[in-house]
Design a protein around this ligand. Structure first.
Ligand code: 13P
Ligand code: ZN
Length: 274
């Protein structure tokens, strides 16, 4: 079922010390396998479409696919816009029926991030749509170990109070994509500090792929309610379709879907999702 109140679902996860996976879809196949796996396991799913993938799937297509599938299954599914980079794109997602949006103004200064997030929150409120924002910055590889980009607890609390966002993506040492330097070392002290400063706000971890099961399982237990996974799903899918036993296009699609399903099932276990 298409869930409107993402915050409620995420707060349940936070209080229950588990996390819900946010998995990116890029086409009908990936969206369908993500939803059907969630249904099979009777577990919630955050079905995410990232603005950066608009070259392979338009937001209109993503909305149609996401809404259709979410309504088709009984398990709770949140249709989420991942990394909306501009207010206008978030507005489009809301108008098209996304039930949750991320406005990523984390590269702006504090005031700029607050202003942009506040504008999206104001629009989203009219439709009961939830807003995720980011403070600190989760970049890609090179930035992973730059502790100056880690989220500061006091700043995070001030940001949530001023912007009115529903959930907050934090930077504690993960980064997007494949890690060039192996499993990262995360700052659990930073996570504990942020969680203590924001008891009523679900925290989000971006860059989940390659972060290591032990790290992620600890994050889920110690304050993260949503973990974003993209790279691991599609690295596994690409590896699976190289199988020389695959005879035709349809078999290739099956192998692709089976690989996505296996990664998703694995992360449900790691996150202890209920
Ligand atoms: P990964 O590709 O590193 O899993 O990051 C996913 C993500 O944060 C999507 O927003
Ligand atoms: Zn991300």
């Amino acid at each position: 079922m298409l869930v409107k109140n993402a915050k409620e679902l995420l707060m349940k996860a936070k209080d229950g010390h588990y996390a819900i996976p946010s998995c990116n879809f890029v086409d009908l196949d990936s969206a369908r396998v993500l939803c059907s796996t969630a249904e099979e396991l009777h577990l919630p799913l955050i079905l995410s479409f990232a603005e950066v993938h608009k070259t392979v799937l338009s937001i209109e297509e993503a909305a149609l696919i996401g809404k259709y599938l979410a309504e088709r299954y009984d398990t709770p599914i949140i249709l989420h816009l991942d990394h909306g980079m501009e207010e206008e794109y978030c507005v489009r997602a809301i108008d098209l029926g996304f039930t949750s949006v991320m406005i990523d103004a984390s590269m702006k200064d504090f005031e700029g991030n607050v202003t942009t997030t506040k504008n999206v929150v104001k629009y989203a409120r009219q439709f009961g749509v939830q807003v995720e924002a980011e403070i600190g910055h989760v970049g890609s590889n090179a930035l992973a170990s730059d502790t100056s980009l880690y989220t500061e607890p006091e700043e995070a609390a001030r940001f949530v109070a001023e912007s009115g966002c529903d959930s907050l993506a934090v930077s504690i040492g993960t980064s997007h994509g494949v890690y060039k330097t192996g499993t990262p070392s995360l700052s659990f002290d930073a996570l504990h500090g942020i969680a203590a400063a924001l008891p009523d706000t679900p925290l989000v971890l971006h860059g989940g792929s390659g972060t290591g099961d032990e790290n992620l399982s600890r994050c889920a237990k110690e304050g993260i309610a949503k973990v974003n996974i993209f790279t691991d799903l599609y690295v596994a899918a690409l590896a699976a379709i190289q199988d020389p036993k695959i005879k035709d296009y349809l078999e290739m699609k099956s192998a692709n879907n089976a690989a996505i399903k296996a990664v998703q099932m694995h992360y449900y276990k790691v996150f202890g999702t209920k």
